[in-house]
Ligand binder design. Structure first.
Ligand code: AMP
Ligand code: MG
Length: 418
């Protein structure tokens, strides 16, 4: 047996795979206005019903002309009119001209304005000398110069965004450019969150030195907001059978997903396991990860249950690494891999082979090279160091202590661009 196949320990990869095999994504779709579409997941692919841009238009302020007329420096042209953005040049208003520029004719044109018929280039205004009615060319013109072609950005009929894609702010701009006012998305997941433990105090209660404030629930509710789900805060549930049973049943009646923290490790007063085994089909896993070994997953009522370890750092790590991929899949999202980068360790990171570590680090760039240091204490109870971190340092299960200068994999937090 090698270092990483201890009996009873499930690798992170296998835990993700097992969940994936059981979960089925939400099936109900609804229409939303584009203004409310941020972070929703597309229930059908979006095709372009128009070309963007709709017609050939100018990329510069200048003059639209026929390249054939512009092959000698100093050529002199007649300015026969103008084409402004939203107000194209109309030949019918011009005496003697039908639908295309005549020889040595140009049209004054502004950025975004339609190219008049017959023109095949735009000369920048910096490259001409203008008098009232004429134009002297100071530079030769290449065919197609400064013209943005119809459909250059998006071709009519092409797939713009695919089913299962989560809508970003940029996507909203893109969809708006196509005139799309509403999109079909999967309904939001309903997620209930609760904390278990007799030692927990809710916010607003007087400090008591025998107890600790419940940090997991506010943390999870905040993290879940980033997934744009409906959240129900079930509160703190004491470690007693009746209270836990009632709380889990209430949560499961409403939710697609119930997330609880605490009570998944084997502790004297932890009744969650007993209750969950009675109410659902839940597996209690020991996942080969650090922090966060105990983890529960399975069916609770018609929905799904995730039981996370109580230490706040373990809660955050198991949430990010195990719950987020599962929830995104349930939400109908297709691609859920987080970006991973290589970084050079600036210090050593203590580790024993056996479990996959998600240490908390500070990623920086030094002369274009990614570097990473520890964010401080790596204890699973110490949230203050994690709050200083901007990435996970993901160390492979079989790896031992990392020495300075070695390359490690980092997974950036969400603070890099908004
Ligand atoms: P448990 O998983 O219930 O054995 O809890 C493990 C550790 O996490 C204990 O020290 C608990 O006091 C702590 N803990 C459990 N739940 C919370 C919570 N909601 N907020 C902060 N700490 C917690
Ligand atoms: Mg507990």
């Amino acid at each position: 047996m090698d270092c990483c196949s201890q009996p009873g320990l499930l690798s992170v990869h296998d835990a993700l795979l097992r969940m994936h095999q059981q979960l089925t994504p939400v099936q109900e779709a609804e229409w939303v206005e584009l203004a409310f579409a941020l972070d929703r997941v597309l229930a059908e692919s979006v095709l372009a019903s128009i070309n963007v841009p709709a017609g050939d238009n100018s990329a510069m302020d200048g003059y639209a002309l026929r390249t054939g007329d512009a092959q000698t420096e100093g050529a002199v042209f007649d300015v026969i009119g103008q084409s402004l953005a939203g107000h194209p040049f109309r030949f019918t208003e011009q005496e003697g001209v039908q639908s295309a520029l005549g020889k040595m004719q140009v049209v004054r044109i502004m950025t975004g304005a339609m190219i008049p018929g017959g023109a095949d280039a735009v000369v920048m205004q910096e490259n001409v000398t203008r008098t009232a009615q004429t134009l002297h060319l100071n530079k030769l013109v290449v065919q197609g110069e400064n013209i943005r072609r119809a459909g250059d950005d998006i071709k009519k009929g092409s797939e713009v965004l695919s089913k299962g894609h989560r809508i970003s702010a940029l996507d909203i701009g893109l969809l708006a450019s196509l005139g799309i006012a509403r999109i079909k998305v999967w309904r939001k997941l309903r997620i209930a969150v609760l904390s278990t433990g007799d030692e927990l105090l809710s916010l607003g209660s007087t400090h008591d030195e025998d107890k600790i404030y419940d940090s997991n629930r506010p943390l999870l509710c905040a993290l879940l907001q980033r997934l744009n789900v409906e959240i129900k805060d079930i509160g703190i549930i004491a470690d007693d059978l009746l209270g836990l049973r009632a709380a889990f049943m209430r949560a499961a009646q409403w939710a697609d997903v119930v997330i609880s923290t605490g009570g998944v490790s084997v502790g004297d007063a932890d009744y969650t396991k007993t209750i969950l085994e009675e109410l659902g089909q839940i597996d209690f896993w020991k996942v080969a990860m650090k922090p966060g070994k105990p983890f529960a997953f399975g069916r609770l009522g018609a929905g799904w249950f995730f039981g996370l370890p109580g230490n706040p750092v373990s809660t955050a790590v198991t949430y990010h690494q195990l719950v987020v991929p599962a929830v995104r899949y349930l939400a109908g999202e297709k691609s859920v891999e987080s970006v991973q980068l290589n970084a050079i360790a600036k210090q050593s990171f203590k580790k024993h082979p056996g479990r996959m570590d998600f240490q908390r680090g500070v990623l920086a760039s030094e002369q274009g090279v990614n570097t990473v240091v520890s964010a401080g204490s790596q204890s699973s109870g110490v949230l203050s160091s994690m709050a200083k971190a901007n990435c996970y340092i993901r160390l492979e299960a079989e790896r031992g202590t990392v020495l300075p200068g070695e390359t490690v994999t980092v997974i950036p937090f969400d603070s890099f661009i908004r």
